[in-house]
Design a protein around this ligand. Structure first.
Ligand code: TRP
Length: 334
């Protein structure tokens, strides 16, 4: 708790271009939660280097992501929006928690298996201990809730296991966090392969709508979206492409499945695609113009970055000092 509010922590990686899936599935939910909780939204740039990055590109993307958090409606005066690498307590706690995490546990992480298959030439120790750094992010802030995608479920479970193990030895040091998976239906699939999640690392750029895509590109991608040969607009498992289009439309317009089905009753796929494309253009327009406006104000952004790193550092160091004391590190001389 901070004051009378529960604490929320979440983060995103600054790699790849964020997609409509990231926005509708995650960011938009974050904005809804931001009044209820004391929120920490981190740009997890330290996680990003588990895969080789171009330095200039990483720096640019990290700033773009931080800007996007604000443009999406997270008030940076109320929500602590910051870079992980600006708060050294993340790495320090990660080292400590590495000593409370078993090789066997980390070996079971499916994301590690997937990523090592994908980056077979660079299976580094950081990739293996990635979940420990993530646990540190969360536990440093004594977070009560962590909104994440379902793909992060295993990482949340290991975070809870590490925290419980530590508490079992040293007393109640860490709050045990609860995952928050958001509403079903917000999961957006690839426009080219509706069996796959829309992903920023997709090799086929036509499968994903990027948040900074211009209107023509967005409409073109929807026109090319993969559907089926059923020829009718229904919301069911047998028509995953159509269902995905309906889900996107619902998320952008706030309409229910029934309303959407009524609206397109007897109409063709072409009409549906155009309507969905336009709803996405409308959804992204204000976001894009906010990104542009905020990016231009360098002094404002720099101020936010500085103040929030200090605020995050204050809370993070409080937990870190407590942990250091518990495990028997010598006291600091003041
Ligand atoms: N691993 C998360 C992802 O790829 C990102 C992340 C890092 C995160 N630290 C976190 C998410 C802490 C929630 C809380 O999506």
């Amino acid at each position: 708790m901070i004051g009378d509010k529960k604490v929320l922590f979440s983060g995103m990686q600054a790699t790849g271009n964020l997609t409509l899936g990231n926005y509708l599935g995650a960011l938009k939910n974050w904005v809804k939660l931001s009044d209820e909780y004391e929120c920490f939204y981190c740009v997890v740039d330290e996680h990003s280097i588990t895969v080789r990055q171009n330095p200039a590109e990483l720096r640019k993307r990290a700033r773009a992501l931080l800007t996007l958090y604000i443009a999406a409606g997270l008030d940076p005066e109320k929500n602590c929006i910051y870079y992980q690498s600006h708060v050294s307590a993340h790495a320090e706690l990660a080292w400590i928690l590495n000593c409370f995490t078993y090789m066997g546990e980390l070996n079971r992480m499916t994301q590690f298996k997937d990523k090592s298959a994908k980056h077979a030439d660079n299976i580094n120790a950081g990739l293996f201990t990635y979940p420990v750094l993530m646990a540190s992010d969360i536990l440093l802030f004594q977070a009560d809730v962590v909104p994440v995608g379902i793909d992060q479920k295993q990482h949340l479970e290991i975070t809870r296991d590490i925290a419980q193990r530590f508490n079992g030895i040293y007393g109640d040091v860490f709050t045990i966090p609860e995952p928050y998976f958001g509403k079903a239906g917000a999961k957006i699939m690839s426009l080219q392969d509706p069996a796959k999640k829309m992903s920023k690392s997709d090799e086929n750029p036509n499968g994903s709508i990027y948040l900074m895509d211009d209107p023509d590109t967005i409409i073109r991608k929807f026109k090319r979206a993969v559907t089926d040969s059923e020829g009718q607009i229904l919301y069911r498992d047998e028509q995953p492409g159509i269902r995905n289009l309906i889900d996107i439309y619902r998320a952008c317009t706030g309409k229910s499945v029934e309303e959407v089905l009524a609206e397109f009753d007897g109409k063709g796929y072409g009409e549906l695609k155009m309507a969905v494309g336009e709803s996405v253009v409308d959804q992204l327009r204000p976001l894009q113009s906010e990104v542009e406006r905020i990016s231009k104000d360098k002094a404002y952004l720099d101020g936010i970055i500085k103040n929030n790193a200090e605020k995050a550092g204050y809370y993070a160091n409080k937990t870190l000092r407590k942990v250091q004391k518990k495990i028997g590190f010598p006291e600091r001389i003041r």
